[in-house]
Design a protein around this ligand. Structure first.
Ligand code: UT7
Length: 325
Protein backbone atom coordinates (compact mmCIF):
# COMPACT_ATOMS: atom_id res chain seq x y z
CA UNK A 1 0.00 0.00 0.00
CA UNK A 2 1.33 3.48 -0.86
CA UNK A 3 1.41 6.24 1.78
CA UNK A 4 2.42 9.90 1.61
CA UNK A 5 5.64 10.61 3.45
CA UNK A 6 7.57 13.83 4.05
CA UNK A 7 10.91 13.47 2.30
CA UNK A 8 13.79 15.67 3.51
CA UNK A 9 14.94 17.31 0.28
CA UNK A 10 17.54 19.74 1.65
CA UNK A 11 19.13 21.17 4.78
CA UNK A 12 20.79 24.51 5.46
CA UNK A 13 22.12 26.57 8.35
CA UNK A 14 23.32 30.02 9.25
CA UNK A 15 25.29 31.33 12.22
CA UNK A 16 25.97 34.90 13.36
CA UNK A 17 29.42 36.21 12.44
CA UNK A 18 30.62 36.95 15.99
CA UNK A 19 32.13 34.11 18.02
CA UNK A 20 32.41 34.43 21.81
CA UNK A 21 34.73 31.97 23.53
CA UNK A 22 34.58 30.79 27.14
CA UNK A 23 37.69 32.85 27.85
CA UNK A 24 35.91 35.94 26.47
CA UNK A 25 33.09 35.37 28.98
CA UNK A 26 35.54 34.79 31.84
CA UNK A 27 36.81 38.37 31.38
CA UNK A 28 33.58 39.82 32.81
CA UNK A 29 32.06 36.86 34.69
CA UNK A 30 33.16 34.67 37.61
CA UNK A 31 33.60 31.57 35.43
CA UNK A 32 36.32 29.70 33.53
CA UNK A 33 36.85 27.83 30.28
CA UNK A 34 37.62 24.76 32.39
CA UNK A 35 34.27 24.86 34.30
CA UNK A 36 32.15 25.48 31.19
CA UNK A 37 33.85 22.73 29.16
CA UNK A 38 33.83 20.20 31.98
CA UNK A 39 30.18 20.78 33.00
CA UNK A 40 28.65 21.30 29.53
CA UNK A 41 31.11 20.52 26.70
CA UNK A 42 30.76 24.07 25.31
CA UNK A 43 33.88 25.90 24.07
CA UNK A 44 32.33 28.83 22.19
CA UNK A 45 29.03 30.19 20.84
CA UNK A 46 27.92 32.59 18.08
CA UNK A 47 26.21 35.77 19.22
CA UNK A 48 24.00 37.82 16.88
CA UNK A 49 24.57 41.53 16.34
CA UNK A 50 21.67 44.02 16.21
CA UNK A 51 21.06 43.38 12.49
CA UNK A 52 21.09 39.59 12.80
CA UNK A 53 17.47 39.08 13.82
CA UNK A 54 15.92 35.64 14.25
CA UNK A 55 14.18 36.11 10.87
CA UNK A 56 17.45 37.10 9.17
CA UNK A 57 19.25 34.00 10.46
CA UNK A 58 16.24 31.80 9.64
CA UNK A 59 15.85 33.16 6.10
CA UNK A 60 19.56 32.61 5.36
CA UNK A 61 19.35 29.00 6.57
CA UNK A 62 16.15 28.47 4.56
CA UNK A 63 17.74 29.85 1.38
CA UNK A 64 20.61 27.38 1.65
CA UNK A 65 18.20 24.48 2.24
CA UNK A 66 16.12 25.52 -0.81
CA UNK A 67 19.19 25.74 -3.07
CA UNK A 68 20.39 22.31 -1.95
CA UNK A 69 16.86 20.91 -2.47
CA UNK A 70 16.69 22.45 -5.94
CA UNK A 71 13.30 23.92 -5.03
CA UNK A 72 12.24 27.47 -5.86
CA UNK A 73 10.68 29.49 -2.99
CA UNK A 74 7.48 29.94 -5.06
CA UNK A 75 6.94 26.16 -4.81
CA UNK A 76 6.80 26.31 -0.97
CA UNK A 77 3.28 26.28 0.47
CA UNK A 78 4.04 25.88 4.20
CA UNK A 79 6.60 27.77 6.32
CA UNK A 80 6.93 26.85 9.99
CA UNK A 81 9.48 28.57 12.19
CA UNK A 82 10.28 27.06 15.57
CA UNK A 83 11.42 29.87 17.82
CA UNK A 84 11.12 31.18 21.37
CA UNK A 85 12.85 34.44 20.41
CA UNK A 86 10.65 35.95 17.67
CA UNK A 87 11.53 39.29 16.04
CA UNK A 88 8.25 40.73 17.27
CA UNK A 89 5.40 39.47 19.45
CA UNK A 90 3.49 39.33 16.17
CA UNK A 91 3.35 38.69 13.28
CA UNK A 92 5.00 35.30 13.36
CA UNK A 93 8.68 35.19 12.43
CA UNK A 94 7.70 32.58 9.82
CA UNK A 95 5.62 35.25 8.04
CA UNK A 96 8.60 37.63 7.97
CA UNK A 97 10.78 34.82 6.57
CA UNK A 98 8.08 34.07 4.00
CA UNK A 99 8.26 37.72 2.91
CA UNK A 100 12.09 37.70 2.78
CA UNK A 101 12.07 34.59 0.57
CA UNK A 102 9.23 35.68 -1.71
CA UNK A 103 6.87 32.89 -0.63
CA UNK A 104 3.27 34.08 -1.10
CA UNK A 105 1.07 31.00 -1.06
CA UNK A 106 -0.05 28.54 1.57
CA UNK A 107 0.43 29.22 5.28
CA UNK A 108 3.21 30.41 7.59
CA UNK A 109 3.26 30.34 11.39
CA UNK A 110 5.57 29.87 14.37
CA UNK A 111 5.75 26.93 16.74
CA UNK A 112 6.84 27.64 20.32
CA UNK A 113 8.17 24.62 22.18
CA UNK A 114 11.54 26.17 23.13
CA UNK A 115 14.38 23.65 22.73
CA UNK A 116 11.96 20.99 21.44
CA UNK A 117 10.62 23.46 18.88
CA UNK A 118 12.22 21.89 15.83
CA UNK A 119 10.89 18.42 16.71
CA UNK A 120 7.41 19.92 17.25
CA UNK A 121 7.60 21.92 13.98
CA UNK A 122 8.73 18.86 11.99
CA UNK A 123 5.82 16.92 13.49
CA UNK A 124 3.30 19.61 12.54
CA UNK A 125 4.68 19.94 8.99
CA UNK A 126 4.75 16.16 8.51
CA UNK A 127 1.14 15.88 9.69
CA UNK A 128 -0.01 18.57 7.22
CA UNK A 129 1.95 17.05 4.31
CA UNK A 130 0.51 13.60 5.00
CA UNK A 131 -3.06 14.98 4.82
CA UNK A 132 -2.36 16.36 1.33
CA UNK A 133 -3.23 19.92 2.42
CA UNK A 134 0.29 21.19 1.57
CA UNK A 135 3.06 19.75 -0.63
CA UNK A 136 6.36 21.46 0.15
CA UNK A 137 7.29 22.77 3.57
CA UNK A 138 10.12 24.83 4.94
CA UNK A 139 10.74 23.92 8.57
CA UNK A 140 13.08 26.34 10.31
CA UNK A 141 14.58 26.46 13.81
CA UNK A 142 15.91 29.96 14.50
CA UNK A 143 16.88 31.64 17.75
CA UNK A 144 18.59 34.69 19.22
CA UNK A 145 18.72 33.52 22.84
CA UNK A 146 21.46 36.09 23.55
CA UNK A 147 18.62 38.66 23.68
CA UNK A 148 16.89 36.94 26.65
CA UNK A 149 19.94 35.96 28.69
CA UNK A 150 20.79 37.57 31.98
CA UNK A 151 24.45 38.27 31.22
CA UNK A 152 25.15 38.58 34.96
CA UNK A 153 23.88 35.06 35.71
CA UNK A 154 26.82 32.71 35.14
CA UNK A 155 24.66 29.62 35.67
CA UNK A 156 22.73 30.27 32.43
CA UNK A 157 24.42 32.84 30.17
CA UNK A 158 27.46 30.66 29.42
CA UNK A 159 25.28 27.87 28.01
CA UNK A 160 23.37 29.42 25.10
CA UNK A 161 24.10 30.76 21.63
CA UNK A 162 22.35 32.07 18.49
CA UNK A 163 21.82 30.46 15.08
CA UNK A 164 19.39 28.91 12.63
CA UNK A 165 18.89 25.77 10.59
CA UNK A 166 16.23 24.65 8.14
CA UNK A 167 15.00 21.68 6.13
CA UNK A 168 12.81 21.44 3.04
CA UNK A 169 10.19 18.69 3.16
CA UNK A 170 8.29 17.39 0.16
CA UNK A 171 5.27 15.08 0.18
CA UNK A 172 5.99 11.96 -1.87
CA UNK A 173 4.26 8.58 -2.13
CA UNK A 174 6.21 5.72 -0.53
CA UNK A 175 5.46 2.06 0.18
CA UNK A 176 4.96 1.14 3.82
CA UNK A 177 8.24 -0.74 4.13
CA UNK A 178 11.30 -0.60 6.37
CA UNK A 179 13.32 1.03 3.56
CA UNK A 180 10.82 3.91 3.05
CA UNK A 181 12.42 7.35 2.85
CA UNK A 182 11.18 10.41 4.73
CA UNK A 183 9.74 10.94 8.18
CA UNK A 184 8.80 7.53 9.60
CA UNK A 185 7.69 8.43 13.10
CA UNK A 186 7.07 11.52 15.24
CA UNK A 187 6.32 11.76 18.96
CA UNK A 188 5.83 14.98 20.90
CA UNK A 189 5.12 15.35 24.62
CA UNK A 190 4.54 18.17 27.15
CA UNK A 191 4.06 18.28 30.91
CA UNK A 192 3.22 21.71 32.36
CA UNK A 193 3.91 20.61 35.93
CA UNK A 194 7.54 21.51 35.25
CA UNK A 195 6.98 24.97 33.73
CA UNK A 196 8.87 26.73 36.56
CA UNK A 197 12.13 24.81 36.04
CA UNK A 198 13.03 26.55 32.76
CA UNK A 199 11.21 29.72 31.74
CA UNK A 200 11.52 33.40 30.84
CA UNK A 201 10.45 35.79 33.63
CA UNK A 202 8.74 38.22 31.26
CA UNK A 203 6.20 38.50 28.47
CA UNK A 204 3.60 40.88 27.07
CA UNK A 205 0.73 39.51 29.16
CA UNK A 206 2.51 39.09 32.50
CA UNK A 207 5.15 41.78 32.95
CA UNK A 208 4.95 43.72 29.68
CA UNK A 209 8.70 43.15 29.34
CA UNK A 210 10.80 40.68 27.37
CA UNK A 211 12.30 39.11 30.50
CA UNK A 212 15.26 36.81 31.08
CA UNK A 213 15.80 33.08 30.93
CA UNK A 214 15.73 31.32 34.31
CA UNK A 215 16.69 27.69 34.80
CA UNK A 216 17.07 25.17 37.58
CA UNK A 217 19.82 23.40 35.64
CA UNK A 218 20.26 20.49 38.03
CA UNK A 219 16.53 19.59 37.95
CA UNK A 220 16.31 19.97 34.15
CA UNK A 221 19.36 17.72 33.82
CA UNK A 222 17.76 15.11 36.09
CA UNK A 223 14.67 14.85 33.88
CA UNK A 224 16.44 15.12 30.52
CA UNK A 225 18.10 11.69 30.21
CA UNK A 226 15.01 9.85 31.47
CA UNK A 227 12.46 11.69 29.29
CA UNK A 228 14.56 11.65 26.12
CA UNK A 229 15.54 7.98 26.48
CA UNK A 230 11.86 7.14 27.09
CA UNK A 231 10.61 8.82 23.93
CA UNK A 232 13.41 7.23 21.87
CA UNK A 233 12.53 3.80 23.23
CA UNK A 234 8.84 4.36 22.34
CA UNK A 235 9.85 5.36 18.79
CA UNK A 236 11.96 2.23 18.36
CA UNK A 237 9.17 -0.03 19.65
CA UNK A 238 6.60 1.63 17.36
CA UNK A 239 8.74 1.38 14.21
CA UNK A 240 10.39 -1.97 14.97
CA UNK A 241 13.94 -0.70 14.54
CA UNK A 242 16.69 -1.63 17.00
CA UNK A 243 18.86 1.15 18.46
CA UNK A 244 21.91 -0.18 16.61
CA UNK A 245 20.10 0.16 13.27
CA UNK A 246 20.06 3.96 13.66
CA UNK A 247 22.88 5.39 11.54
CA UNK A 248 23.00 8.79 13.17
CA UNK A 249 21.59 10.44 16.29
CA UNK A 250 20.97 14.18 15.87
CA UNK A 251 20.14 15.35 19.39
CA UNK A 252 19.25 18.77 20.73
CA UNK A 253 22.53 20.13 22.04
CA UNK A 254 22.09 21.12 25.69
CA UNK A 255 24.87 19.36 27.55
CA UNK A 256 27.50 16.80 26.52
CA UNK A 257 26.89 14.88 29.75
CA UNK A 258 23.19 14.50 28.86
CA UNK A 259 24.13 13.12 25.43
CA UNK A 260 26.68 10.73 26.97
CA UNK A 261 24.01 9.58 29.45
CA UNK A 262 21.49 8.84 26.68
CA UNK A 263 24.14 7.00 24.62
CA UNK A 264 24.97 4.84 27.65
CA UNK A 265 21.32 4.14 28.51
CA UNK A 266 20.49 3.09 24.93
CA UNK A 267 23.83 1.38 24.36
CA UNK A 268 24.62 3.59 21.36
CA UNK A 269 28.17 4.10 20.15
CA UNK A 270 29.23 7.75 20.81
CA UNK A 271 30.55 8.09 17.24
CA UNK A 272 26.94 7.86 15.97
CA UNK A 273 26.00 10.99 17.92
CA UNK A 274 26.42 14.30 16.12
CA UNK A 275 27.90 16.88 18.49
CA UNK A 276 27.96 20.61 17.75
CA UNK A 277 27.68 21.81 21.32
CA UNK A 278 31.38 22.68 21.51
CA UNK A 279 31.09 25.19 18.66
CA UNK A 280 27.50 26.48 18.99
CA UNK A 281 26.48 26.07 22.64
CA UNK A 282 22.76 25.47 23.20
CA UNK A 283 20.89 27.21 20.34
CA UNK A 284 17.44 25.94 21.45
CA UNK A 285 15.19 25.18 18.44
CA UNK A 286 18.07 25.76 16.03
CA UNK A 287 20.38 23.11 17.45
CA UNK A 288 18.96 20.04 15.66
CA UNK A 289 18.93 21.51 12.12
CA UNK A 290 22.39 23.02 12.79
CA UNK A 291 23.66 19.56 13.77
CA UNK A 292 21.89 17.93 10.81
CA UNK A 293 23.53 20.48 8.53
CA UNK A 294 26.95 19.72 10.00
CA UNK A 295 26.42 15.97 9.50
CA UNK A 296 25.33 16.63 5.89
CA UNK A 297 28.40 18.78 5.17
CA UNK A 298 30.67 16.13 6.67
CA UNK A 299 29.00 13.50 4.40
CA UNK A 300 27.83 11.57 7.46
CA UNK A 301 24.22 11.69 6.18
CA UNK A 302 23.69 9.83 2.91
CA UNK A 303 20.66 8.69 0.97
CA UNK A 304 19.15 5.85 2.98
CA UNK A 305 20.66 6.91 6.33
CA UNK A 306 18.32 6.28 9.27
CA UNK A 307 18.45 9.33 11.52
CA UNK A 308 16.91 9.98 14.91
CA UNK A 309 16.35 13.53 16.15
CA UNK A 310 15.36 14.21 19.76
CA UNK A 311 14.98 17.14 22.12
CA UNK A 312 13.78 18.30 25.49
CA UNK A 313 13.12 21.86 26.65
CA UNK A 314 11.11 24.28 28.75
CA UNK A 315 7.57 23.29 29.64
CA UNK A 316 8.73 20.56 29.83
CA UNK A 317 8.36 19.67 26.19
CA UNK A 318 10.14 16.76 24.56
CA UNK A 319 9.95 14.50 21.55
CA UNK A 320 11.65 12.48 18.82
CA UNK A 321 11.50 12.14 15.04
CA UNK A 322 12.77 9.13 13.12
CA UNK A 323 13.50 9.69 9.42
CA UNK A 324 15.29 8.03 6.51
CA UNK A 325 17.30 10.50 4.41
O1 UT7 B 1 18.06 23.06 26.40
C1 UT7 B 1 17.13 23.03 27.43
C2 UT7 B 1 17.47 22.04 28.42
N1 UT7 B 1 18.56 22.50 29.27
C3 UT7 B 1 19.36 21.61 29.79
O2 UT7 B 1 19.24 20.45 29.47
C4 UT7 B 1 20.36 22.06 30.81
C5 UT7 B 1 20.48 20.98 31.86
N2 UT7 B 1 21.41 21.30 32.94
C6 UT7 B 1 22.75 21.37 32.76
O3 UT7 B 1 23.25 21.27 31.66
C7 UT7 B 1 23.62 21.52 33.99
O4 UT7 B 1 22.83 21.41 35.15
C8 UT7 B 1 24.41 22.86 34.04
C9 UT7 B 1 25.50 22.88 32.98
C10 UT7 B 1 23.44 24.02 33.83
C11 UT7 B 1 25.08 23.05 35.41
O5 UT7 B 1 25.89 21.93 35.71
P1 UT7 B 1 25.82 21.25 37.14
O6 UT7 B 1 26.85 20.23 37.19
O7 UT7 B 1 24.38 20.84 37.36
O8 UT7 B 1 26.24 22.44 38.09
P2 UT7 B 1 25.42 23.08 39.30
O9 UT7 B 1 24.30 23.91 38.81
O10 UT7 B 1 25.11 22.00 40.29
O11 UT7 B 1 26.49 24.06 39.91
C12 UT7 B 1 27.70 23.55 40.54
C13 UT7 B 1 28.51 24.72 41.05
C14 UT7 B 1 27.71 25.70 41.88
O12 UT7 B 1 28.54 26.16 42.91
P3 UT7 B 1 28.37 25.54 44.41
O13 UT7 B 1 26.94 25.82 44.81
O14 UT7 B 1 28.66 24.07 44.26
O15 UT7 B 1 29.38 26.31 45.19
C15 UT7 B 1 27.46 26.86 40.95
O16 UT7 B 1 27.32 28.10 41.62
O17 UT7 B 1 29.03 25.46 39.93
C16 UT7 B 1 28.71 26.86 40.11
N3 UT7 B 1 28.54 27.46 38.78
C17 UT7 B 1 29.56 27.94 38.04
N4 UT7 B 1 30.86 28.02 38.29
C18 UT7 B 1 31.65 28.55 37.34
C19 UT7 B 1 27.38 27.58 38.07
N5 UT7 B 1 27.65 28.16 36.89
C20 UT7 B 1 28.99 28.38 36.85
C21 UT7 B 1 29.83 28.94 35.88
N6 UT7 B 1 31.16 28.99 36.16
N7 UT7 B 1 29.39 29.40 34.69
Amino acid sequence: MAVIRSIIRGVGAHLPKRIVTNDDLAKSLDTSDEWIQERSGIRQRHIADDTELTSVLGAAAAKQALVRAGIDPVEIDLVICATATPDRTFPATAVRIQQMLGVTKGAAFDVQAVCSGFVFALTVADTFLKTGQFNRALVIGAETFSRILDWGDRSTCVLFGDGAGAVVLEAQPQHTGRDDRGILSTRIRSDGRYEDLLYVDGGPSSTKTVGHLRMNGREVFRHAVQKISGVIEETLVETGFAADEIDLFIPHQANKRILDGIAKKLNVSPDKIVMTLDKHGNTSAASIPLALNQAFEEHRVKEGSLILMEAMGGGFTWGAVLARW
